[in-house]
Design a protein around this ligand. Structure first.
Ligand code: DAH
Length: 352
């Protein structure tokens, strides 16, 4: 120890002040390393103090040891703190070297799901003709989903295997359970119960059926229902309306085919086919070599349905139609698996 210091205490004091001044002067990583070596290095000032302790008289060793240890702990702490502040400084300096003339990273903006786009396109075409878009509930009564639509109790679609029945009583008929609508046709009942003709509505929405999921079936899918009721609505109105729609939606040069069919809530009823717009009716893999694509069901509203909603017998006639949104989107865009709509795979969704 230097003779000019009168006591060890003085020496530690001075050494500590020197250390603090040195620490203050450190402004980068290099200087911090020099500082560390000066105090904590193998030949540094603190190591040399430990050597002195070894040679000191036994009664002074504990006091000297504590002071040197305290100093070592303080230096170590200062080095850690400095590392943190120098790191921060580095980051800020790097930020200031950011080239603001480089193009930014654009955040991608989402867009409507292909099914929403299809619903909007279809409803948009009917809106242009004066139809109004309406909503209907997804939880229905047996009356609205079946009975009011002239679907008798023994009809297979009312079976528990074909409809999701809820574990919940229908408040308007406690002997019956509520269910998830299996089609959008009950929307017709809601509209007619609350308004008088003339009326023209399209009702898009989700429907549910306990089908095993495969490339063409899903337990949930979307339909669009159409209903027009007035005095003297004729089957030719239905044909004209749906022909106009299909030509606008698919292509002007398609041919239409109305095939007689049966639906309980319409009479007469038909299934609507369009000539395959891919092979122009010659037959290809999309139309299953038939040349025709089935697009929707339709018909003239059955008098029993008018009766169920309380319309006076014979006062009105109406047309109705219903189509599957997934099916139409698949046909239009050449998609061959319904499951892909619901997998949320952005590689698929981004294409539309
Ligand atoms: N509800 C029928 C179904 O789910 C579709 C349908 C067919 C609706 C004919 C109609 C119609 O309004 O007239 O299969």
């Amino acid at each position: 120890m230097d003779q000019k210091f009168e006591t060890q205490s003085d020496y530690y004091q001075i050494l500590r002040s020197q250390m603090l001044a040195d620490a203050d002067a450190v402004t980068d990583d290099k200087q911090l390393e020099v500082f560390r070596v000066k105090y904590l290095g193998r030949k540094g000032l603190i190591s040399s103090l430990y050597e002195e302790i070894a040679q000191a008289p036994a009664d002074q060793k504990p006091v000297m040891g504590k002071k040197v240890n305290d100093l070592r702990v303080e230096v170590t702490k200062i080095i850690e703190e400095k590392k943190g502040t120098l790191g921060q400084k580095d980051k800020i300096e790097n930020r200031s070297s950011l080239d603001v003339t480089l193009p930014g990273v654009a955040s991608s903006i989402g867009h409507q799901h292909i099914l929403t786009q299809t619903v909007n396109d279809i409803c948009g075409l009917f809106e242009k003709l004066g139809f109004v878009v309406q909503d209907g509930p997804e939880i229905e009564t047996e009356f609205n989903n079946f009975a009011a639509l002239n679907i008798p109790i023994e009809h297979p679609s009312r079976d528990a295997f074909d409809t999701f029945y809820l574990d919940c009583k229908d408040p308007s008929n406690p002997n019956r359970n509520l269910l998830l609508r299996s089609h959008t046709s009950p929307g017709q009942i809601h509209i007619m119960q609350k308004s008088k003709p003339p009326l023209a509505v399209v009702i898009p929405g989700k429907v549910y059926r306990p089908d095993a999921v495969d490339a063409s079936h899903s337990f949930m899918f979307h339909q669009i229902e159409g209903l027009l009721v007035d005095k003297h609505v004729r089957f030719s109105d239905l044909k004209g309306l749906l022909t106009h729609f299909c030509k606008k939606f698919f292509s002007d040069d398609i041919k239409m085919r109305f095939r007689p069919h049966f639906f309980p809530f319409t009479e007469p009823s038909a299934e609507v086919d369009i000539s395959c717009y891919i092979c122009k009716g010659k037959g290809c893999s999309v139309c299953g070599r038939k040349g025709w694509l089935e697009i929707m069901g339709c018909g003239m509203v059955h008098p029993k349905v008018f009766e169920a909603v309380g319309y006076k017998k014979g006062e009105y006639t109406g047309l109705a139609f219903g189509m599957g949104v997934e099916r139409i989107a698949m046909l239009k865009h050449g998609i061959n698996d319904i499951r892909i709509f619901f997998e949320n795979d952005s590689r698929f969704l981004k294409q539309f």
